[in-house]
Design a binder for this molecule. Structure first.
Ligand code: MOS
Length: 784
């Protein structure tokens, strides 16, 4: 079936980093020993909470009829806005919102107002899940319903300019040069509108919280979150407790995809319920509740105008986005960022418009911004190629950005050219018939399409701790989370490599606010930041041991200059004479040290500095190049890649099957060939889902979702996906962080929908700009 993962020579010390190690937590997962947030069932007196949610999308609560429900056996509490324990601060308060952070700017059960269908109106607590569900069904809530606004397309929807997009990372208005004038003067002008369906994250593990008050001022939360620290901050702020009083534990996650990147209402409601009944409470969202509880990718349209010369050189890019947002939030994905940086273009302008509707707020979803933004630019680039009779790769090469057009900075590294070349070679692109609708396999139309991918290395810092024991094992810790993608595994590899220990002798611990603070596993930052933290923590261990060695008369390194000492394969030795040195075990034994602890910080943009500092104090350097020092802060840092897709389209039924796939990425150092390949496969499959199947339908009258289940919200299954070829370009980036790791969480999804749409266009001559590309749209489209 699948091709064997390759060994990548990305590690200068040629150790275990990069190797296709099996997941260290794989066995625990298949044996059922891995504990997820809803599986802490041994807590004494654990009870169950169920949400009673609103059927109407807008209105007011006028009363509760709790009598029948309260009479049922095992029912402990029915909590409503009238009796739920009070919070010190809620996200509804202006300052509370800031402290807690987007996207949770409105908390249910704080008043009688109903803002969206699926909003929790009450929390029912009982001794068993079934009794809680039964009582929730018996509970009656009286509601005065009003007509809701369902989306930005509703006639009454009021569009407004958010000025600054809520995530704060990208201003809503971006302008470079005079794009309007450049467009007006362009010999080639393209104007196209793209629409994107609502997407839901649908991780295999729905959101869940187990809240345990161990004392009136001490709370432990077992939570399904991408960030224990962010949850700790949100919950402690709302409760008026210090961060130390709230511990958040997330040992395993069954996927997140952005929906677990924030603290959502069900978490704080579970905490309040546990407070009310004085027992640990478990609250697990149901699959349908997942559609209204943890955000989604918003319904949106983009209009992209593209001006070019007759030989295909871009002169103007103008991007407008219109999307739905919630009654309280300005969240919207920043689609324009990738359009502003992917190709060399002298002018650029972007603007956003939002409309408030009665929906749960949208949030980060699988390459937020880059995924839909790349659909627009990469479809339009394909149009430009066809219009001018230029090969789709050639049009991209003619507009290749040698510097970041959005900042003018040099790239820290960029291998997109190599990605195109290698991808084309693997795919057999040179055999492509440039005419669309001209290639057949029996009665099926065959199409080949491609698209570029890019994702930024986001600014992120974190810390880690490493403890090396004289008996030759180590425990390494960071409060990171493993979404299921391999954080446990790759961090074990990084630590084992830096310590010179076999991987079996290293235990990596994560997912607990008691551990050194790590960033949210979001925005593709975890691999780079946490691996750099771990690497630096181990360097700290070696520096401490070097100090012990040079003061120890019995050490071969006695009186050596620490700067002349390096650590290699678990030994401290002279850089110039490796025979002069000793293993850590002998040294620690003589010094009567049972263990040594090191702490390290992984920092964005400090690759050279960190590595150099570590090297100067007597340890191996990850990637030091002194000539790069002053430039470290002045580089644009991105991963790049290219996707190649073959589809077969049934001309009578409009069905599309993806039959071949090639992805090649340049993403800095790859920490594990197998997990990296899996991650690219997974992200690309979600991209194919977004292209062909995924879409949540919101009823335009009631503002309710009509397909809120995995039976009706389609995602690809194995039978929908061919063997996929994934490769990485060997890339050494001296700037990004101490390990030279860019991260591959999101880039795997970027450009995928466009690659599929471009292949469909090649097969059929039909250009569909509305995701997903379902058979009805393909049959209805006209061939050009
Ligand atoms: Mo990612 S959508 O930042 O979890």
């Amino acid at each position: 079936m699948d091709t064997e993962p390759k060994f990548f020579e990305t590690n200068p010390t040629a150790g275990v980093v990069g190797q296709p190690l099996n997941r260290v937590d794989g066995r625990d997962k298949v044996m059922g020993r891995a504990k997820y947030a809803a599986e802490y069932n041994q807590l004494p007196g654990l009870v169950h909470a169920v949400l009673k949610t609103s059927d109407v999308a807008r209105g007011r609560i006028t009363g509760f009829d709790t009598a029948a429900a309260l009479k049922l056996p095992g029912v402990l509490a029915i909590l409503t806005h009238q009796n739920i324990p009070k919070l010190a601060k809620t996200p509804n308060d202006a300052d509370g919102k800031k402290a807690i952070g987007a996207p949770m700017g409105f908390l249910p059960l704080t008043g009688d107002q109903i803002h969206y269908a699926g909003q929790p109106l009450a929390v029912v607590v009982a001794d068993t899940l079934e009794r809680a569900q039964h009582a929730a069904a018996m509970l009656k809530v009286q509601v005065a319903a009003e007509k809701p606004t369902a989306s930005y397309e509703a006639p009454e929807a009021q569009l407004f300019d958010p000025e600054k997009i809520q995530d704060g990372k990208a201003a809503g208005h971006v302008k470079r040069g005079d794009a309007q004038a450049a467009f007006a003067a362009a010999p080639v002008q393209l104007t196209h509108k793209y629409t994107h369906a609502i997407n839901h994250h649908n991780p295999m593990e729905p959101g869940a919280t187990t809240a345990h008050w161990e004392a009136p001022d001490r709370l432990t939360i077992y939570e399904s979150t991408q960030g224990v620290t962010r949850t700790q901050k949100a919950v402690s702020t709302m409760l008026g407790l210090s961060a130390e009083q709230v511990r958040v534990v997330t040992k395993y996650l069954g996927g997140g995809f952005g929906c677990k990147g924030s603290c959502w209402p069900h978490t704080i409601l579970a905490v309040q319920a546990a407070q009310a009944v004085g027992r640990p409470v478990k609250l697990a969202l149901t699959r349908p509740q997942m559609f209204t509880s943890m955000g989604h990718r918003e319904d949106q349209t983009q209009t992209l105008r593209l001006g070019a010369t007759k030989d295909g050189k871009l002169t103007a890019l103008l991007h407008e986005k219109t999307a739905t947002t919630s009654p309280w939030d300005n969240y919207t994905e920043s689609n324009s960022k990738i359009i502003n940086m992917l190709y060399e273009c002298p002018t650029f302008e972007a603007s956003y418009q939002l409309a408030r509707a009665n929906v749960m707020t949208s949030t980060f979803t699988r390459a937020p911004g880059e995924a839909p933004g790349s659909f627009a630019i990469e479809s339009s680039m394909d149009d430009l190629a066809y219009q001018l009779g230029i090969d789709p790769i050639e049009i991209r090469l003619r507009n290749y950005a040698e510097k970041d057009p959005s900042t003018g900075h040099d790239w820290s590294s960029k291998s997109l050219r190599q990605c195109y070349a290698r991808g084309a070679e693997l795919f057999g692109w040179s055999q492509r018939n440039p005419k669309n609708g001209a290639t057949r396999d029996g009665r099926l139309l065959v199409g080949w399409g491609m698209a570029s991918a890019s994702y930024p290395v986001h600014n992120s810092q974190g810390t880690a701790r490493a403890r090396l024991y004289a008996d030759g094992h180590a425990v390494v810790q960071a409060g990171a989370t493993d979404l299921g993608t391999g954080t446990y595994t790759v961090m074990t590899q990084v630590a084992a490599d830096a310590l010179g220990l076999p991987v079996e002798k290293v235990r990596f611990e994560l997912g607990d606010t008691k551990l050194p603070t790590a960033p949210n596993s979001g925005g593709s930052v975890a691999a780079g930041t946490v691996s750099s933290s771990v690497y630096m923590a181990v360097q700290d261990v070696w520096q401490k041991l070097t100090k012990v060695a040079v003061l120890d008369k019995k050490s071969p390194l006695y009186r050596a200059n620490p700067a002349d000492v390096e650590a290699k394969n678990g030994r401290l030795q002279l850089k110039k004479d490796a025979s002069k040195g000793e293993g850590f075990a002998e040294l620690m034994k003589r010094a009567d040290l049972s263990d040594v602890e090191g702490n390290g910080q992984g920092r964005y943009g400090s690759g050279y500095e960190d590595a150099q500092a570590a090297a100067n104090q007597g340890s191996a350097s990850a990637n030091a190049d002194p000539s790069k020092k002053d430039e470290a802060a002045h580089h644009a840092m991105h991963s790049f890649g290219a996707h190649f897709c073959e589809v077969k389209v049934d001309p009578d039924l409009g069905t599309v099957r993806v039959t071949r796939w090639v992805s090649v990425h340049g993403a800095g150092r790859i920490l594990n060939a197998k997990t990296a390949r899996s991650q690219i496969i997974g992200g690309s499959i979600f991209g194919i889902g977004c292209a062909l199947m995924e879409g949540t339908v919101r009823d335009q009258h009631f503002a309710r979702y009509t397909n809120a289940s995995l039976a009706d919200y389609h995602i690809p299954v194995n039978a929908d996906i061919p063997d996929m070829t994934v490769e990485f370009i060997d890339e050494h980036d001296p700037y990004i962080n101490a390990m030279g790791v860019k991260g591959i969480g999101e880039i795997s999804m970027v450009g995928v929908a466009a690659a599929v749409a471009n292949a469909v266009f090649h097969a059929t001559g039909k250009r569909v700009r509305e995701l997903p590309l379902t058979p009805d749209k393909i049959l209805n489209a006209k061939a050009v």
